[in-house]
Write a protein that binds this ligand. Structure first.
Ligand SMILES: NC(=O)c1ccc[n+]([C@@H]2O[C@H](COP(=O)([O-])OP(=O)(O)OC[C@H]3O[C@@H](n4cnc5c(N)ncnc54)[C@H](OP(=O)(O)O)[C@@H]3O)[C@@H](O)[C@H]2O)c1
Length: 270
């Protein structure tokens, strides 16, 4: 019952997935396997998370056909230039134990390297070994700069986004240019779970604050990738496809915006 988006590449992508930042070893393999077992079909990793091998192991153990799982990885900030991107991508494929990724992102718009690194992932995209290519942390100035050097429009932009950090300009740009917006840290790592406004809405729908925050994304066509290593929370986060939030309450949640950013501001890289 989970919703899928059609990307500008023509790919079908689940809107909802598991972020795997800060999980390693057996707990990570077990968490990813559990998520796959209960229906998650999108896994978001990165070279910098140092757990691509665990993702590969969980995928292998799950027995789910490779083409049914959408795997994203990201080129690390420390990788600079064409040769580095191509070599690090080979390493990612090896660790993930796969012949292709579904989505390859530039993790951050590193000042001196975003042009050359983007050209390199365009090359990987043409090879078919990344079925889609996109960007991470590209706020509006970075998106506006892209036509100077890009021949391919990114399929996806993964940015920090939640009811408490509504990036209206990026959202509108993505809508207008056929780029899927993907929200990271959608739960703000729990920092607003106790907000009485949010708790009241959660009670109204008989759901948890986390479920309300995630449903707010999905219902608006925004992809999101909450992280958890704990089975009960992995399940809780996935249990958002059996209810909907009224239009009025969606607007109320959007009004929670307080510009709350918990990850580094990408504009520091401008
Ligand atoms: N592109 C980028 O630069 C970037 C930056 C940050 C994140 N991301 C991606 O986005 C994903 C999600 O972001 P995030 O991991 O930073 O933060 P998040 O998903 O907002 O929050 C994760 C934290 O909340 C806890 N949690 C999860 N579900 C919960 C629930 N239902 N109730 C209570 N606590 C819950 C988790 O703990 P437990 O694990 O103990 O459940 C974890 O500590 C990352 O894993 C990564 O894939 C990308």
């Amino acid at each position: 019952m989970q919703p899928y988006a059609t990307l500008n590449t023509g790919q079908r992508m689940p809107l909802f997935g598991l972020g795997v930042y800060d999980m390693h070893g057996e707990p990570a393999v077990n968490a990813i396997r559990y998520a796959l077992d209960i229906g998650y079909r999108l896994i978001d990793t990165a070279q910098a998370y140092e757990n691509e091998e665990e993702v590969g192991q969980a995928l292998g153990q799950s027995g789910i056909p490779r083409e049914e799982v959408f795997v994203t990885t990201k080129i690390a900030n420390t990788v600079q230039g064409r040769e580095g991107v191509l070599a690090s991508f080979e390493e990612s494929l090896r660790k993930l134990d796969t012949e292709y990724v579904d989505m390859l992102l530039i993790h951050w718009p590193v000042k001196d390297w975003r042009r050359e690194n983007w050209k390199a992932i365009e090359e990987i995209g043409r090879s078919g070994r990344a079925r889609g290519i996109g960007v991470g942390n590209y706020l509006l100035p970075f998106l506006h700069e892209m036509p100077d050097y890009a021949t391919v429009t990114p399929a996806l932009d993964q940015i920090e986004f939640s009811p408490y950090l509504v990036m209206h300009k990026e959202w509108e740009h993505c809508r207008n240019h056929g780029i899927l917006l993907q929200a990271y840290t959608p739960l703000i790592r729990g920092q607003r779970f106790g907000d009485p406004k949010l708790v009241a809405l959660a009670e109204k729908y008989g759901k948890t604050p986390a479920q309300i925050m995630l449903r707010w994304c999905i219902q608006q066509g925004i992809s999101t990738i909450p992280k958890s290593v704990e089975p009960s929370r992995i399940r809780e986060n996935f249990d958002i496809f059996d209810f909907s939030i009224s239009e009025e309450d969606i607007r109320t949640l959007t009004g929670f915006d307080e510009g709350l950013r918990i990850i580094e501001d990408p504009m520091d890289m401008w």
